[in-house]
Design a protein around this ligand. Structure first.
Ligand code: ADE
Length: 239
């Protein structure tokens, strides 16, 4: 999969995409992330990428022309059809289901705004969808783009060392993840639920499912309302 990012800070995107699971996915050839700077496509002497908003008011708006030229260059870098996504607080909220959908595409182009955002005519003409990573305002779309790249990159086949770990993630089944424990030189097995030391895999799976259900019920009842629980799950919740 290929992800191109149109941003005034391409170094931030390249640097963050070189770390951890996403960096490894790039080294394994499963994903490639590229940065494009609209300032390189500005045509005036000052390399301007923004201007004052029509109607007045605070802040600046990103100019359509450098963005259009930059996006056209990014598109032309690869023949695969690209989904163009603008990261903005006005977008649809990102969920794990959306991440799965994006991860299955051959190519994404992510647009990062700064200042008050992008000229609306550019959005209407070029953007396929607008996505938000949450109900708060960042000073630019770069952190949101890094979130999308991480969430999508780790789902590329072969990116995670354990294929199962993506399936067992929080939200994959609409529930929160269960607690995890590992060896401790200082504490030994103190505080570790005995079932996890029992070697009884069916009992461990049942305990994990019960913990997931219980945590979701306590911390995110809104999620629980959206999943349909089977008979076995309802019995675990009531136990
Ligand atoms: N840009 C600024 N705030 C944002 C948010 N919450 N989500 C996505 N992009 C943003």
């Amino acid at each position: 999969m290929r992800i191109d990012v149109v941003t005034l800070f391409p170094d931030f995107i390249r640097d963050s995409a070189a770390l951890g699971v996403v960096g490894r996915a790039q080294e394994r050839g499963l994903l490639s992330v590229h940065g494009w700077n609209p300032r390189d496509y500005a045509t005036d002497n000052y390399r301007r990428v923004d201007d004052r908003p029509f109607g007045g008011g605070p802040g600046m708006v990103m100019l359509a022309e450098p963005l259009s030229a930059c996006l056209a260059a990014a598109r032309a870098a690869d023949p695969a059809p690209a989904r163009v996504i603008y990261l903005s607080p006005q977008g649809e909220r990102l969920t794990q289901a959306k991440v799965r959908e994006l991860a299955a595409r051959p190519r994404l182009i992510l647009l990062c705004g700064r200042y008050e955002g992008l000229d609306e005519r550019f959005i209407a003409r070029e953007v396929d969808e607008e996505l938000s990573i949450g109900d708060y305002v960042l000073s630019g779309g770069e952190l949101a783009a890094a979130v999308v790249i991480d969430a999508v990159g780790r789902l590329q086949e072969g990116a995670l060392n354990h294929a199962d770990s993506a399936v067992q993630d929080s939200f994959e089944d609409g529930l929160l993840d269960c607690p995890h424990f590992t060896r401790s030189d200082l504490a030994g097995t103190e505080g570790v639920p005995p079932v996890l030391l029992s070697g009884d895999h069916a009992a461990i799976a049942r305990w994990r499912r019960q913990q997931s259900l219980g945590r979701t019920w306590l911390r995110r009842p809104d999620l629980l309302a959206r999943v349909t629980l089977g008979k076995a799950d309802r019995a675990l919740l009531e136990a």
